[in-house]
Design a protein around this ligand. Structure first.
Ligand code: PMP
Length: 464
């Protein structure tokens, strides 16, 4: 990694950084736990698949920033595009009658890449607001069609759709304990996790159960009251859950049968993580009415998200006698749109999604070998979107006491050995850049095996 050029006005030493950081309210963290000295890690530089912390340790970025740095860190093609854009046009909005060439070009590119007739792109700045916006747009769509009662949203236990008031309501209820959210709009269907929830059933029987659960919920609520179903093709931050075979198509069929719009939240799964620009059609053979994206669309170099809708939805919301009263100032920001265009150009030139289809499978298979360790219950996911679930007892799938914080213990150990991984209770998440070499994949496999084994051997006897 090249020497970093940190501005001299920035805090330089770890102690100085952490002193300043006492004013920063972290996201999705145990804020009380963060008051402990050195509970936080300051990352000061990054290149390729590596990051450097403020103590000079070089670490493999096993989580790609936050499931987002798909092309790797420090790509000058993207950085230069952002810088050139800012020199030409620093900011103009896409409100009212205005637009600018960079946002227009990115919208056209996304329409070209998105499957089927998903040709209309509304920009925003985060996955949360892209999902929130998708529901607002559908509410407006049904109002304009004279079906104002269609307001409810079907989501699932285990989902993660963001943390605005509505997107946290669509997220699994387990994540909003002690917080309030948009009550009454969202109903959660069963979690499609065969390994944990499908005891004494075949996978096909479990799929039947999930479909029956959805049909029952639709009949109970009344389809005339339901606007949409929202789902991640593979659930991410809820624990990396891959639904059973055939599930996606059957959920889509139910949506069509009952005139319920199907939103695919591809915030994590799009832009190469599963080996394709979009996973909905290419991997799961579905054609959603709306796809939301964020993260990998710019590889995290700039905040940008999009709600991509069909021509049919657009035609209704853009018809006469209405105003599209939705949008955020920075939607389609020139610098973010430039980052998106350069990122996609780079992915195409280097065939990053296609290559991730191959190396991602090697990554997945390498991690799956960890299932022979006593405390590894299930290794799951696909390609560069993986989770490892730890169990106290393999046969009964009994979990460790949550106070033990098993995921954190393994993540800390891995970090000491040079790998950033993300703990999520009893699960460890790996979502690295898609540019990992086979050698780096093998190294990650080795660090994880050592870390998990050492943590297991150090556990107090009464924990196992
Ligand atoms: N949807 C999914 C599937 C996500 O994983 C996330 C973020 N992890 C979001 C939505 C929310 O995106 P953001 O954090 O950009 O608001």
């Amino acid at each position: 990694m090249e020497e970093m050029h940190m501005s001299s006005t920035l805090p330089q030493t770890t102690d100085d950084i952490l002193a300043a950081d006492a004013h920063l309210v972290q996201s999705w963290a145990d804020l009380n736990g963060l008051k402990e000295p050195h509970a936080r890690t300051a990352i000061v530089a990054a290149k390729g698949v590596m990051v450097r912390d403020s103590n000079g340790h070089e670490l493999i970025d096993g989580i790609g920033g936050l499931w987002c740095v798909n092309v790797g860190h420090g790509r000058h093609e993207i950085i230069d595009a952002i810088s050139n854009q800012l020199s030409t046009l620093d900011f103009y909005s896409t409100f009212y009658t205005f637009t600018h060439p960079t946002a227009a070009a990115l919208a056209r590119k996304l329409a070209e890449l998105a499957p089927g007739n998903l040709n209309r792109v509304h920009f925003s700045t985060s996955g949360s607001d892209a999902n929130d916006g998708a529901v607002r747009i559908l509410h407006h769509y049904y109002e304009r069609l004279g079906k104002p009662s269609k307001k409810l949203v079907l989501s699932r236990h285990g989902a993660y759709h963001g943390s605005t008031y509505l997107s946290i309501a669509m997220t699994t209820p387990a994540y909003s304990k002690g917080w309030s959210k948009a009550e009454g709009i969202v109903h959660h269907l069963k979690k499609p996790h065969y390994w944990r929830e499908g005891a004494n059933m075949t996978e096909a029987e479990f799929t039947d159960l999930l479909v029956a659960d959805m049909r029952h919920e639709i009949e109970r609520l009344g389809s005339e009251n339901i606007a949409c179903f929202i789902g991640e093709p593979i659930m991410g931050a809820g624990g990396v859950i891959v639904p059973p075979k055939g599930y996606h198509k059957r959920i889509q069929a139910l949506c069509r049968e009952y005139d319920i719009k199907f939103i695919a939240d591809e915030v994590v799964t799009a832009f190469g993580r599963l080996g394709h620009f979009f996973a909905s059609k290419a991997v799961f053979d579905t054609q959603p009415d709306i796809i939301t994206v964020a993260k990998g669309v710019t590889s995290g170099y700039q905040p940008l998200a999009a709600t991509i809708m069909t021509d049919e939805i657009y035609d209704v919301v853009s018809g006469p006698d209405g105003v599209f009263t939705h949008g955020m100032t920075y939607a389609g920001h020139p610098a973010a749109a430039a980052a998106g265009l350069a990122n996609i150009a780079l992915m195409e030139a280097e065939q990053i999604p296609e290559r991730a289809g191959v190396t991602g499978k090697i990554f997945e298979n390498t991690l799956r070998t960890l299932e022979d360790i006593d405390i590894v219950g299930e290794v799951r996911g696909s390609h560069f979107m993986m989770g490892i679930e730890f169990v106290r007892d393999k046969a009964s799938k009994t979990l460790f006491d949550t106070k033990l914080n098993i995921g954190m213990l393994v993540a800390r150990k891995a970090q000491e050995k040079g790998l950033v991984a993300r703990p999520l209770g009893h699960i460890l998440i790996l979502s690295p850049p898609l540019t990992l070499s086979e050698e780096q994949i093998a190294k990650i496999g080795g660090i994880l095996r050592e870390s998990i084994t050492e943590v297991m051997n150090e556990l107090p006897k009464n924990c196992r």
